[in-house]
Write a protein that binds this ligand. Sequence first.
Ligand code: HEM
Length: 386
Amino acid sequence: MMSLSTGAAVLVALLVGVAGALYAYFTRHFGYWRRLGVPYLRPLPIAGNLKDVLLFRKHFGVVLRDVYTQMKDQPYVGMFFFDQPVLFVKDIELWKTIVIKDCDHFEDRGLSPLKSLRVFSETLFGLKGKKWKQLRTKLSPAFTLANIKKIYILLEQKAANLDHYFDDVVKSDMDGDVLVAQALSFLAAGFDTTSTTMSYALYELAMNEDIQEQLRTQLQETMEKHDGKLTYQALQSVNYLDMIFSETLRKYPVYPFLDRTCTKTYRMPGTDIVLDKGVFAFTSILGIQRDPQYFPEPERFDPERFSDANRGNIPSCCFMSFGEGPHKCLGLRLGYLQGKLGIAHIILNYRVHPCASTPKKMEFNLHSFLISPRDGVPLKFTRVTN
Ligand code: HEM
């Protein structure tokens, strides 16, 4: 019969063995970047380089932006998401090559919060390779200009409902008129990206009164020219609104990174480094769009960056809030249209001001996949009287 001490020794040996096996399993890919001669960030078992995300200390998008900022002039660095090797790319030219020129080596997106959900597995977010291409080709005609114009009529009706809704909320608020801009999802039903961008736009307009006034004046003048109606043409003619929406997306790219999967072994241009199939490639849109090299004084909200005169100075692929290459957002036009229409209706009818609980510095919600405001966007709305 086994004595107690022998039994304990066997148990300890077993536990050590299991722990060793688990450690070996979770770290089995950790030699990947060293073998390829790519500089890399030291990973931790299980978490890889995502410790701060798993401990809810930082938003995933902010972790990637911090890597971007800390890299200085390095073009790329190896990382691990759990045990998955990820090439994090800072160099714009290399990123352009990956998503445009050599996109046949990077056919699939990488992470998608939606593709793991069964209901999305048959959508563009979940499909891969040929199946994705077929569906993309099928769906693209739905987003043509002609169709977007038809959708506009429906959106306009929704926006009118929004005006009534706001009036009711403002009237029912005895204390004053604090509204949470998240209510905007009423208009943007289901489209989190657009409604979140609208919240950020209203926040910046509240913080930058002169920009808000200039926008209101332009909207009022346009309405006068179009018999008091905000038609599709009228909305599109307010260039300043477009500039404001773009600058909002520049500062707050709600989808803050871009992701691809290497689908065919890939020799990185000008090197002997060959990436294997299955490796992820990532870049940080938030990092690029707040990089003073591309956008001087990046924390300043300045719609003039997107004026006709200045827009051309933005290097290609430095404004990527809708992605780039064959996977570029299919809803870009619709997103702009919805967002601009919602903002136009609000600014025509209300002055938007910060209130006591409006955050001075925007913090991101750590539990959301998109970068959304941590504490909502509490703002004060007062009716515009002519
Ligand atoms: C402000 C609003 C929006 C933003 C910032 C946004 C941003 C993005 C980004 C960054 C991507 C990934 C692109 C890439 O990997 O290169 C994407 C993909 C996509 N977006 Fe949007 N989006 C917005 C609105 C919309 C709307 C309104 C729709 C649909 C009605 C839409 C449909 C899609 C689809 C289907 C894809 C997947 C494309 C593919 O992989 O082929 N988006 N979007």
